[in-house]
Design a binder for this molecule. Structure first.
Ligand code: SF4
Length: 407
């Protein structure tokens, strides 16, 4: 949490303005950008007010919690899934990434289809309904000179063996990579992957959708307009996506709100044009730098997430996105399960996946673990007296909800 330059109490007029923002936020129609920035600056003490104004922070938390209750009720959902990061060989060098390797260097790996199918098979035995596939950008990953053929074959092979699995795969950055390698449009790539059996896309590689920030933390990555175009094209073609933000590094409150605004506009575009798919959830991913490249880590000056600042942004994101994106998920990998459970009181309603194996953030130094059992998630949800419900990737219930014992 930032230290205020000069702490002073709110005037009656400022307090009344804040109260009016909270009242309108509770209607679920979202905040405007100026209100979002005002809330972030106030809650983190950047505007000179005391950040330990517990009454004020409690008001923010309660507003986010009330809006969560109004939009999606008390139930906390989770999905039984397996992460498969099929290669860490990557042509890019993002400033926060401890996962990537050059080919033929120590630690580099690239799973063949047999190994990927073996992991999918284990996941099915453990009750998984989803496989999440993401990897580095490996220029060697081609079949007969086609990058798209490699990715489409991966999807087809898994679907042929396990037709019941939902394949949640390939970030917008991977879609841009395939399109660039094979000189295809984003729509052609997405359409062919969809025809092969792709069910939805993770909205990762978003980081912060402001090119000033991207130029510093991931200068080789696709730019903001390309990310937005790929996600909107996916919605138009009927491929749902998630949405994410990598927070807590060099971005300003204004840039955090610009990012949320882009996500809300994407969702509004999908709704206004009656696209067959849209954003299913928002996931806040705080920066973990412990083993990440030193340049950005030194600039940030912190190795693990700032939980208090993450909770403030969690709450503001809930209020800002309102009814447009009703499902909000904290990252237990980055915050640890206790931190993620705390975030459930700041506007979140979902704990994400069991993952079974997680490499990307764990290699950066995250302490939350690499997998969770459904029972561990159910116990954690019961500890805050809220019902637990297994869900599909697209938020359909699987089985019955588990109600916490009262008292
Ligand atoms: S974050 Fe992804 S694109 Fe960037 S270096 Fe790591 S693996 Fe490559």
């Amino acid at each position: 949490m930032m230290t205020p330059v000069l702490a002073h109490p709110l005037t009656a007029q400022e307090r009344a303005h804040l109260n009016s923002i909270f009242e309108r936020a509770l209607q679920g129609h979202g905040l405007n950008p100026a209100e979002g920035v005002l809330l972030l600056n106030w809650a983190t003490g950047l505007d000179g007010h005391s950040p330990d104004d517990q009454l004020g922070l409690g008001q923010l938390r309660n507003a986010a919690d009330q809006l969560r209750a109004k939009l999606v009720g008390p139930t906390v959902t989770y999905v039984i899934n397996r992460n498969i990061n099929f290669t860490n060989i990557c042509e890019q060098h993002c400033g926060f990434c401890a996962f990537r390797r050059d080919a033929n260097t120590p630690g580099a790996y690239w799973l063949d289809f047999e190994a990927i199918l073996g992991k999918a098979s284990q996941a099915v035995e453990l009750g998984a309904t989803e496989i999440c596939l993401q990897g580095g950008l490996n220029p060697q990953a081609q079949i007969k000179g086609s990058t798209l053929a490699y990715y489409a074959t991966m999807i087809r092979e898994i679907k042929a063996a396990f037709s019941q699995l939902h394949l949640h795969a390939f970030s917008p950055q991977e879609i841009e990579f395939i399109a660039r390698q094979d000189q295809l449009s984003f729509a052609e790539v997405l359409g062919q992957l969809q025809a092969a059996g792709l069910d939805s896309l993770p909205g990762t590689a978003a980081e912060v959708l402001v090119d000033r920030v991207r130029q510093i933390i991931c200068p080789e990555k696709l730019k903001t307009p390309a990310w937005l175009e790929i996600v909107s094209t996916a919605h138009r073609l009927g491929l749902p996506t998630t949405s994410t933000m990598l927070c807590g590094h060099i971005e300003t409150p204004t840039e955090q709100i610009q990012h949320l605004e882009q996500l809300r506009q994407l969702q509004q575009t999908a709704l206004e044009n009656d696209y067959p798919a849209r954003i299913t959830e928002f996931i806040l991913l705080p920066y973990v730098g412990e083993h990440a490249p030193p340049a950005l880590r030194k600039r940030v000056g912190r190795e693990q997430p700032d939980l208090a600042a993450t909770l403030v942004l969690t709450a503001v994101a809930r209020l800002y996105l309102g009814e447009w994106i009703p499902n909000h998920q904290p990252s237990w990998v980055k915050l640890g399960l206790p931190g993620a459970i705390t975030a459930l009181a700041w506007g979140c309603n979902d704990l994400g996946g069991t993952l079974m194996e997680e490499h990307i953030t764990t290699m950066a130094g995250a302490k939350g673990g690499t997998g969770m059992t459904p029972e561990a998630l159910q116990r954690a949800i019961a500890s805050i007296q809220r019902p637990a419900q297994q869900r599909t990737t697209l938020y359909q219930p699987v089985g019955d909800a588990i109600h916490a014992p009262l008292g």
